[in-house]
Write a protein that binds this ligand. Sequence first.
Ligand code: FAD
Length: 323
Amino acid sequence: MRGRVVARAVVVGCGVAGLSAAIALRERGFGVRVVAREPPERTTSAVAAAVWYPYRAYPEERVLSWGARTFEVFRGLAADPRTGVRLGEGVELLRRSAPGEPWWREAVSGFRRCREEELPPGCRGGYRFVAPVAEMPAYLAYLLDRLRGAGGTLELREVSSLEEAGEGADVVVNCSGVWARELARDPSVFPIRGQILRVANPGLERFVLDEENPAGLTYIVPRSGDCVLGGTAEEGRWSTEPDPATAEAILRRCSALEPRLRGARVLEHRAGLRPGRPEVRLELEELPGGTPCVHNYGHGGSGVTLSWGCAEEAAALAGAALS
Ligand SMILES: Cc1cc2nc3c(=O)[nH]c(=O)nc-3n(C[C@H](O)[C@H](O)[C@H](O)COP(=O)(O)OP(=O)(O)OC[C@H]3O[C@@H](n4cnc5c(N)ncnc54)[C@H](O)[C@@H]3O)c2cc1C
């Protein structure tokens, strides 16, 4: 779309939050510039596994509504293989929790409880469901292409403040992830470090989420050309350097759950910083100097899961601020 420009928006950040918001703004007629320190492939978003699943993001009610909207958009994107999004079937294992009704149940499709014979030893229950899986490198490239095709731009540079970012713009949209801690002077933001390995896929099709594994957070997410194995959720740790002992432990846990992973060829090690916050911050604020700013950060382990719901609301807030 290259329609009439009604106002100029600057988006800070080109992770999944920033690119989705930039597209939503462009589709509302805004002229859009994205400014980001790192390119999409170097963001936290590029590290994500990225299964549609609400994890460490709050409050539940808003998360459910943003997540449900995102699910719907992803369902449409999955029809086009060039987007990097597909619908995958998988299982969540429960080791401590009683297998009741999960709060996000209404947002997913094909939901059912696991039969006993489907569960590995040590599990009290589990859920089977179908959810979108985004292959992030491909998906972020798709989002950037879509933005550029619609007339939006990406400029790689660091900004030292939101006021600086907003120079020459009518509205700023802050999608700076965990770095909102400095940029938005918000001490409630903290990193939840996640480490993963990418291995050659030995023929797996279903994702497995095993958050309650007593040996540590464990998940297996098969993709078209590889398999993402995780993970960790280390609060307050800022390092993005993968740790070899942690990688070995992840591989051990995943292979115990899925023996076909034994001896799988390791392709890459990565670590990323989930933007933790007691609640997602999606609201309008006036910057010193008067420029309106929509904050859209603090999505924890659910930035992909909430991306479209949040992007559309952020764009609506930006529109309302200028009307
Ligand atoms: C191992 C791992 C697994 C995950 N799995 C999932 C999953 O399965 N499902 C799911 O939904 N989520 C998952 N997540 C969480 C998800 O990755 C994050 O919630 C999401 O990436 C946050 O996106 P974002 O766009 O807000 O931030 P980021 O991707 O971190 O992007 C922030 C952007 O802001 C820019 N920026 C910051 N400060 C400045 C500045 N001063 N000047 C200019 N630019 C700046 C950065 O350069 C970057 O472009 C996972 C995360 C990890 C680490």
